[in-house]
Ligand binder design. Structure first.
Ligand SMILES: O=C([O-])CC(=O)C(=O)O
Ligand SMILES: [Mg+2]
Length: 586
């Protein structure tokens, strides 16, 4: 465990105390500058002769690395190249990522990160983050103490059971916490030495993985029941003890564990579930922006969900809360949303519904009144014909679920239907944007969870918005950390959703997009964080309540921005096992 020591000189200039010298320093991904070490630093840090002669700038390094990544044609090879860069020089990795965020988002994140998870045990180079297995029971706190840095503020943890729409990926799920934290740093400027990806590797029920000789994970069926619960309980208590200032993001747990763990721990430590709550904010933002585009007020929208997993139920809850805020109640509120899953429309006489689905089930008599006899309730097209939704949201991981008939039916009764095919990665999306536009005669406003190219239909170019929680979680996390929130509330996600909708400009909507461009992610994140800080203060969960006027400045101060390397100060080598010592200022 190391401290990352930033020292501020009386002049205000920051310097970094580096705890290593020579080859060890050169190889340390967080302290190295590679060929950017200056001549003076090379002398004082024992680097003479270890580097080729010329000193380059971070900007030159960034251009050099970018060219080398661009040479690769396979996105997975680009992923491997960027991961290698992250393991070599984190400063440079973030500089390159930020300089080319729109281009590299689909590499470090969905869709390519999905492939990286599937291929994890085959493309493995270097470990990052922490793996906790059932063998660590009773000593999880000690495992946490092995993290490379000690002042951890942000943890993304998964148990790998529902990796994007790809299901159980076992040990390979670690790609997701790593990717999400990379985006926290790139979008929200969370310093990388304060982040920690964690995999709860409790086994896998994916037989292909268990049969693979290269499989790197805990080779057993998934731990379940009380043993699983007690492992998670020990983990949460250990996080509280070892990293008392950390915010925890639950990611890619399967639905019932996702809801259970969120409900159980959201007041134990500041924590949230991105698939439930982050996705919810994205869905609500799309509705708000969509209302502006179509002129249909929010309270007159009818929203049909296809899929009732963590995302479907999560969005459903926040949509319902938002509509309640608009004054809807009773049957009007019930019928404002309809939820279809593989078993059909969720009906309250269905004994197979799980507890989170039940909250959205319709009384059978309502479906009867719409003429939806039982065998029609499984048919998306028939449900659309009867219910006449203005919005269709796909969160099912069933590619092809939005059929031509279904989309044509949407377009028959709505001038500008909102169609969100949100399942990730691209291979799991419910329909292709070009098909949705063709089947709706170019009238649909389309969004996908993973990035999609613009579509030209009858001479008009439609931009496809990326409806993804990347617009939400970095700002929520940054806002919660800056306000030292004791809890991450649903209100903070509602505030984030409203802010994201405000970020959608009229020209985005005119171009057919319900979301802003990901090229603006850093600005958007800062604005989302501002809204979250205000909401944390107003709802009384902020240990550091900030007045409006102070918020932008405090955020700007908190955001790490790798524009140039800090000067390195050699610190005396610390004997093993002792705390960091004072750096020497020269
Ligand atoms: O990672 C993403 O792109 C969004 C997300 O959380 C998921 O699909 O599970
Ligand atoms: Mg997720």
């Amino acid at each position: 465990m190391e401290r990352y020591d930033l020292r501020t000189e009386p002049s205000g200039r920051k310097r970094l105390a580096v705890p290593y010298r020579g080859a060890r320093l050169l190889r340390h991904p967080m302290y190295t500058k590679g060929t950017a070490f200056t001549q003076e630093e090379r002398v004082s840090l024992g680097l003479e002769g270890l580097l080729p002669h010329s000193v380059t700038t971070l900007e030159q390094q960034s251009r050099r690395v970018y060219a080398s990544i661009q040479r690769k044609t396979d996105p997975l090879e680009k992923y491997i190249g960027l991961a290698a860069l992250q393991d070599r020089n984190e400063y440079l990795f973030y500089r390159v990522l930020i300089d080319h965020i729109q281009e590299f988002l689909p590499i470090v994140y969905t869709p390519t990160v999905g492939r990286a998870c599937q291929e994890f045990s085959h493309i493995f180079r270097r470990a990052r983050g922490l793996w906790i297995t059932p063998e660590h029971r009773g000593q999880i706190a000690d495992v946490l103490k092995n993290a490379p840095f000690e002042d951890i503020r942000l943890i993304v943890v998964t148990d790998n059971e529902r990796i994007l729409g790809l299901g159980d990926q076992g040990v390979g799920g670690m790609g997701i916490p790593i990717g999400k934290l990379a985006l926290y740093t790139a979008a929200a400027g969370i310093p990388p030495w304060q982040t920690l990806p964690i995999s709860l590797d409790v086994g896998t029920d994916n037989m292909d993985l268990l049969d693979d000789e290269f499989y790197l994970g805990w080779r057993a069926p998934r731990l379940r029941g009380p043993e699983y619960d007690s492992l998670v309980e020990e983990f949460v208590q250990a996080v509280k003890r070892v990293f008392p200032r950390a915010l925890l993001q639950w990611e890619d747990f399967k639905k019932l564990n996702a809801f259970r763990l969120l409900d159980r721990y959201r007041k134990t430590l500041p924590s949230f579930n991105d698939d439930i709550q982050g996705t919810a904010a994205v869905g609500v933002a799309a509705l708000l922006a969509g209302s502006r585009a179509t002129g249909i007020p929010l309270r007159q929208q009818r929203v049909l969900f296809f899929g009732s997993g963590a995302a479907g139920i999560g969005i459903g809850r926040l949509v319902r809360e938002t509509l309640r805020g608009e004054g809807l109640e009773g049957e009007a509120l019930t019928t404002a949303t309809a939820h279809l899953d593989l078993q059909g429309l969720l009906m309250d006489d269905d004994p197979m519904l799980d507890p989170v689905q039940r909250a959205f089930a319709w009384p059978a008599e309502l479906a009867d009144r719409m003429g939806l006899v039982p065998d029609r309730r499984r048919d998306l097209e028939a449900v659309i014909r009867a219910y006449q939704p203005t919005v269709l949201i796909g969160v099912s991981a069933s590619p092809g679920a939005f059929t031509e008939g279904a989309i044509r039916e949407m377009a028959r009764h709505t001038v500008r239907p909102l169609v969100l095919a949100l399942s990730n990665p691209t291979s799991k999306a419910e329909a292709k944007p070009e098909d949705i536009l063709a089947w709706s005669e170019g009238r649909a406003l389309v969004a996908t969870g993973s990035p999609s190219d613009a579509v030209t239909f009858e001479g008009r170019v439609h931009r496809i918005g990326q409806g993804n929680n990347v617009f939400i979680f970095p700002g929520v996390g940054l806002g919660a950390l800056v306000s030292e929130a004791r809890e991450v509330t649903d209100g903070m996600f509602a505030a984030a959703a409203r802010q994201l909708a405000r970020e959608v400009r009229d020209d985005d909507l005119e171009a057919g997009s319900l979301f802003p461009s990901t090229a603006r992610i850093r600005d958007i994140t800062a604005h989302v964080a501002e809204a979250v800080v205000r909401e944390a203060r107003d709802s009384g969960v902020a240990n550091r309540p900030l007045e409006d006027g102070l918020i932008p400045g405090v955020l700007a101060e908190a955001i790490w921005n790798p524009t140039s390397y800090l000067p390195s100060d050699p610190a005396p080598l610390r004997p093993a096992g002792t705390e960091a010592s004072m750096p020497i200022f020269v």
